[in-house]
Design a protein around this ligand. Structure first.
Ligand code: FES
Ligand code: FES
Length: 153
């Protein structure tokens, strides 16, 4: 049975019908073709699927689409024109915070949520915000350096 939902995705109101077992991750990738959001573990442990839901970073693999009625969702594509996200992206490129890139959309989502709440977070606060985002490539220090280069300007 399909459930009708209405939600905002990247600033646009969407009226959709979803199956009971459709995850938010499936909705954004398959129904909306927003493939910047990645599927890694599928069980809430890697953060590759992070999106912003009502101003919080969430693992979209762990949220049912039917639970998103009335929600405000932003995917990595929705940050394309966000000045701070653009600065972060550039800094990640320059400082080696992005290598294979698989974790990067999720890391940027978590970072953007953090900086929306606190413009000058400490190293500890940055690492806390990113604890749900696993990166196999960087060892995290280049990610930290990339973020600090933006916030210390
Ligand atoms: S794919 Fe969602 S947390 Fe890993
Ligand atoms: S850059 Fe490859 S997993 Fe993070």
């Amino acid at each position: 049975m399909k459930t009708p939902i209405q939600l905002t995705i990247n600033g646009q109101l969407q009226r959709l019908e979803v199956d009971g077992n459709t995850r938010l991750l499936d909705l954004v990738r398959n129904q909306m073709s927003l493939t910047g959001t990645k599927e890694g573990c599928g069980v809430g442990e890697c953060g590759a699927c992070s999106v912003i839901m009502n101003n919080e970073a969430v693992c979209s693999c762990m949220v049912l689409a039917a639970q998103c009625d009335g929600a405000d969702i932003t995917t990595i594509e929705g940050l394309a024109e966000d000045a701070l996200a653009k600065e972060l992206q550039q800094s990640f490129i320059e400082k080696g915070g992005v290598q294979c890139g698989f974790c990067t959309p999720g890391v940027l989502i978590s970072t953007r949520v953090l900086l929306g709440k606190k413009a000058q977070p400490t190293d500890e606060e940055i690492m806390d915000a990113l604890e749900g985002n696993l990166c196999r490539c960087t060892g995290y220090q280049p990610i930290l350096k990339s973020i600090k280069a933006v916030i210390c300007k």
